[in-house]
Ligand binder design. Sequence first.
Ligand code: ACO
Length: 306
Amino acid sequence: MKNADFEGMVETSDEWIVQRTGIRQRHVAADDETTASLGEAAARAALGSAGMTPADIDLIILATSTPNNTFPATAVEIQNRLGMHHGFAFDMQAVCSGFVYAVATADLYIRGGLAKRVLVIGSETFSRILDWSDRSTCVLFGDGAGALVLEAEDGAGVITDRGVLAASLRSDGAHKDKLFVDGGPSTTGTVGHLRMEGREVFKHAVGMITDVIEATFGEAGITAQDLDWFVPHQANKRIIDASAKKLGIAEQKVVVTVDLHGNTSAASVPLALSVAVADGRIKKGDLVLLEAMGGGFTWGAVLLRW
Ligand code: ACO
């Protein structure tokens, strides 16, 4: 769906959307597509590039805020769609930070010995919770899914190891009213619609993002100059540019795909990763920083060697 497709639906323009957000288009799931079907497709693609089959996986973590049903977890539905009847699967709900939370969690399951190979998926159908008459939110979001596989491997405990090297996660519920969905099973008994005070979110975003990234750099003992790639949550080009500038990350190291798919919440980081891996930018051995911030507020960063 292109920006121009909103003209006639709400009072907006391609020029306003591009200037304020960098978004040029987003994808909307077809009637017969769901968070589970998009997640399954991404899972199969990730397994294909890892040279694995569902039989090799012992844990699926699905980051989503738009599950197929209130329960069971959509991760379990994807497990079944993959023909997997072993291991375990669960959903993780941290809105736009979901994928970063899920990668950090998968790493801990591996380090703790509960899993050897983890399929981490971010899948969302935000089109189903948008108020399509609210121009301040409906132009920003899109549907999509992405996935990666993490596998246990012995390392030396040094910065040249592959896999997750450092992570920092944060949340603060005092900011709930700035970005939330006005429904739910325990309150209204309905699904509800996304509500956001965009200016307020914007005001907090850059400070929170840079703070959690500096903590991650500190934990790993690196600086922005050591990074090969910065793969931020794809919400708004202005937030991405301002964060990279404040951190001293060179523009050519920043992966930006928000123009292609809008804000896909927990799917945005793996979608950006998949583009930069497919076009040859991110290569084996590269030092990659993932970052996200979203509803809650939740925010976090993961430093990994690809
Ligand atoms: N088209 C045209 N005009 C619009 C639209 C639209 N789609 N939406 C809002 N406007 C109007 C507003 O009504 C307002 O008009 P007014 O001045 O007459 O009141 C004017 O544009 C300016 O509105 P602001 O909200 O001040 O615009 P701002 O420059 O802050 O941009 C935006 C709005 C893009 C939402 C920005 O605040 C933003 O990106 N915030 C972060 C939100 C975000 O990315 N959230 C995603 C989830 S959280 C996360 O992932 C980080």
